[in-house]
Structure formats: C-alpha cells, structure tokens
Design a protein. Structure first.
Length: 537
C-alpha cells in the first residue's frame, strides 16, 4: 500500500536511522548510524563519530520519517534525505552542520548536504539522485503485506515496526556469514543470541528466508565445543552465553516455510548448544542448570538476559526456572527435528531429556504453598524468595500440570502478584523490597510477555494468552503514537512513560545511553509484528 503521510508522522528524539543490509553491504565499524535529535529539529549522527545536523528552530509542520529516509517541512522549507549506502546520508534542503568530529566528513553544495564516514567519504555523491534513493526505500515499505481490518493506530505502529526492523539488519561480514540483526543500531550495535531469535520470529511473516539467516548467523559464531556467545560482531565475541531458544525460533520459522535441508544443516549445531549448557552450567551435578553470575550489581547475570533482576542480588548459584524451562523446550523441539530427520534413537534421547528436566523442575522449583515456580539456591539449599516473571516459564515446555497452569493464571488476576495495570511485571507487585522502575526489577518486557502467552496457548488457555497480548500491543501502540518510538520496556504500573524509566540504576541519558530505556528496540518491534500477523491467521 502507498505510504500515507499520517502513518510515520512523528518527529521526536531517539528514532534510529541507518542503511539496511537488505539494500546492500553494511560496515560494522565505519558505517553511518544516526538518530533524530532531542534538543533541536535535526539529526544526531552517532557512529562512527558524532555530528549534529540542524534543520529549523521553528515547528516541523509535515513529517514522513522512516529508518532510512525522511521528508519534512519546516518554517524554512522542505528538507528530505536518504541513506545512499552504508557510509553516506544525503540531505536536500536547509541544514546546518555543527559539532562534527574527525570520523565524520560533510560538504555543502547547491542547497544539499552530504554527510559521511571519513574513511570512505565520496564527495561525488552530493549529486546523487536523492528522489530515486527515496523512491527505492519507499518501495520496500509499500510492498509489505498489511493484514486487513487493522485500526489506524495499529496500522501506524505496524509501519513503524517494519521500518525499524529493516534498518536493524546487517549484511554478512567477517565471521558472520549470513544477514544478521542487532537489538538497536546504537548503542548496542552487535548481535545477541536470544534477541536474534525473537527478531526471526517477527521476520518469518515478511521474509522466511531472511528469518532463517538471522538464526544461522548466530550459529556462525558458535565454538567447536557447542558454546554460543551471548553477543558477537565482526570484531569479536563474548565469553558468556544466553537463553537457549534457537530451536524455538527454528521451529516457528520452519512452520512458515518448511525446509528440511536447513533443519539437517543446523541440527548438529542446535544439539551441541544444548549439550554444552547441560554439561557446563550444572555446578552441583543435580541435573538442573544455573546461569553464570557476574560482579556488576547492575548486571549480575547478563547470561540470563534478565541482567539486574533481584533474582540475582545474592550473587549465588541458582537452579534457574527459566534456564531449565528453555532447555526442556529445546529438548522437546530437538526430538521433533530428529523425527523429521528420521533419527529414532536421537528422538528418544531428546524426549527423555525433556521429561527429566520437566520432572526436576517440578520437584525442586515448584512452591506448592505459593503455587508458583521459584529458583533454588544450590549453595544454601533453599528456595529463592523472589517471585519473578521467569516463574511462568515452565508453561512453555509442558512441565506444569493443568492444575499448576491454572494456579499460575490466578496470579495474573491478583494485583498483589502479577495482576498489575500492565502485565506481566518482571517481579511480583508485593515485592516492595526489590521493586524499582529499572529494567528487570519491575517493568514489563515484551519478549517475556510473548513467551508467557505462548505458554498459556500450549495449555489451551487462549483467553489468558489473548489478554496478555492485547494489553501488551496497546501499550506499544500508545507510546509509539506519543514518541514515535518502540521501546525496550514499559512501566507495569503505568505511572511513568518509557523515556523516564530507570536503566542500570538511573535515568541519566546525558551520562550514558545505557542509563535510559532504549529507543527503537529490536524484539519489541518484531514481536509486535508477530502478534499482529498471528491474529490474522
């Protein structure tokens, strides 16, 4: 469909812009990344160096803004621009260049401004056909299938999500041999393990082949022993892992576009990853696994993905509800893949692993008195007192009985537990001691909501799944309409707008971009897209 001016019509600070790997080669180190500026009408170049582009001090009266081109009207005239390639942004119209550092070059000529990465700057691109570049970028968005019957607000949010998703894609580079994605082109930039899976889950509705690449790219950085780093880029990898959800992503992508050859190619890599976790993360040898614990109080367990959750405040080894549930689900899905590949012995092996993990989850991690799953401290041999959203994860792997699933559902109706104005809070509402509006210490994360609703669907509790999804989508839409961004996490109490939530101990974006909720965040957009398209089917 044609892009209407009222679909992507919000010019507000923090919206990310970059050249997409869908359109050509990207460059992790030298490529240009920008965002809309906060304090002025303009664009903030963030990578590979900083530069501020100012358009007008007066109001912007008309806006069409996407992740790789824009067209606006200001008090001083029309300004439009597009990323020509990974290194150059061409702007036509009134534009003042300020605060440039050495990594960025600019030139002005005949009312145009060319901004580029200094190491690859090509001044000749100042005469490029900007209208053709914009038309090419428009075509990608206009060619996307849009489900029928969407409200105006849903349609606007969907287009924002699609535009954002496109510019999260990098082309293959160095050790990463496939197209790959990042949670945000700035400040994170790199590829994350479980983020990539949630990206693929959304992308499967648009381009199943590209979604396959996003998962295969994560496997490109796998070690020979099966370990998969939680983060990687063309310049290196990390030394911890992250939630094992790759088989889940493979299953959902393959459901859209079955590809036995792909399953056969990556099956050994998926099994090696699960086996590494089972061998290397069971510190007490009791059969359940524990996340790695770190020294940073603002990130006790980056490996868990729930960095600063109060679950990890004691900095001790915990048989983790979520880790074991993920592995149980992965084992179930590996059995499914082994069946597709006609390997009965391996099918039986992974079925047994699933049953063993599910049994242990119920024996050690279910708290009958509370009716909830909690972590278990293997050092003190005591259950954790922290009630976190991770306690719903046994739903995804089938560990919970029907009765247990119903008890979990009751907690979502209890305002003292997880029945907050916006469900599902990352910790129970009654846990006042640990609560704050800081990442995993209270706020709501869309990927956990997606997983929890996926779990309730498994038990046929569709009303519960739909309620979580509906409220989640409405919150994303509300703040996308207000700020033009799709955010990293949201306030469970609905008291504070996302830009004012704390991150890593404070809300202080001028001190560090990591001290503010991230704008245009990856899996929030892709899982929103998945929820929109899933409702169509």
């Amino acid at each position: 469909m044609k892009l209407e001016k009222n679909i992507l019509n919000i010019w507000a600070g923090g919206q990310l812009m970059a050249f997409s790997g869908i359109d050509g080669q990207t460059d992790f180190r030298h490529g240009l990344t920008a965002r809309t500026a906060f304090d002025v009408n303009g664009i903030d170049i963030k990578l590979p160096g900083e530069c501020l582009l100012k358009f007008s001090e007066g109001p912007i009266t008309q806006v069409l803004l996407t992740g790789d081109f824009f067209d606006i009207k200001t008090s001083t005239g029309r300004v439009h621009g597009a990323f020509l390639d990974a290194y150059h942004l061409l702007i036509d119209g009134p534009c003042e260049v300020t605060k440039c550092i050495d990594m960025i070059k600019t030139i002005r000529q005949s009312g145009r401004t060319l901004v580029g990465s200094a190491v690859t700057f090509d001044a000749g691109k100042i005469t490029a056909d900007i209208n053709a570049a914009i038309a090419e970028r428009r075509r990608w968005l206009e060619s996307r299938h849009v489900p029928h019957g969407l409200t105006e607000l849903k349609r606007r949010t969907l287009f924002k999500a699609l535009s954002q998703m496109k510019t999260q894609v990098y082309a293959s580079e160095a050790m990463i041999r496939h197209h790959w994605t990042t949670p945000d082109r700035w400040p994170h930039r790199a590829m994350w393990l479980w983020d990539s899976v949630f990206h693929a889950i959304g992308w499967r509705h648009l381009d199943p082949g590209l979604a396959q690449e996003m998962i295969s790219a994560v496997l490109d950085i796998q070690r020979q022993d099966g370990f998969i780093p939680h983060m990687g880029s063309p310049e290196g990898v990390s030394n911890i892992t992250q939630p094992p959800v790759l088989a889940l992503g493979v299953k959902l992508v393959n459901d859209i576009q079955p590809n036995r050859d792909w399953i056969e190619e990556i099956y050994p890599k998926l099994t090696a990853c699960v086996e590494w976790d089972l061998i290397n993360r069971d510190s007490d040898g009791a059969g359940l696994v524990e996340w790695a614990i770190e020294g940073d109080p603002n990130c006790r367990s980056g490996e868990s993905g729930m960095d600063n959750s109060p679950r990890f405040d004691t900095a001790t080894q915990l048989d983790a509800v979520d880790f074991n549930s993920f592995l149980a689900l992965e084992s179930e899905l590996l059995a499914h893949f082994a069946r597709i590949l006609e390997r009965p012995d391996e099918t039986e092996k992974w079925q047994k692993t699933n049953r063993r993990l599910c049994d242990l989850i119920n024996k050690r991690l279910w708290n009958e008195e509370i009716g909830f799953y909690v972590d278990y401290d293997v050092t003190s041999n005591t259950p954790s007192l922290v009630l976190a959203s991770s306690g719903f994860m046994p739903l995804i792997c089938g560990a919970a009985s029907r009765e247990q699933a119903e008890r979990l559902a009751e907690h979502l109706k209890d305002p003292e537990m997880f029945g907050t104005p916006l469900p599902v809070p990352s910790i129970a509402a009654k846990d006042i001691e640990h609560y704050s509006k800081d990442m995993w210490r209270g706020p709501v994360w869309v990927n956990l909501n997606w997983l929890i609703s996926y779990g309730f669907e498994r038990y046929g509790m569709q009303d519960m799944a739909d309620e979580i999804r509906g409220k989640t989508m409405a919150e994303i839409e509300k703040f996308c309409a207000k700020y033009g961004s799709i955010f990293e996490f949201y306030d469970d109490r609905r008291e504070v707008d996302p830009p004012h939530l704390r991150r890593k101990g404070k809300c202080a974006p001028k001190k560090s971009p990591y001290h503010q909720v991230l704008f245009d965040y990856g899996w929030t957009a892709t899982l929103y897209v998945d929820m929109v398209y899933d409702r169509e089917t």
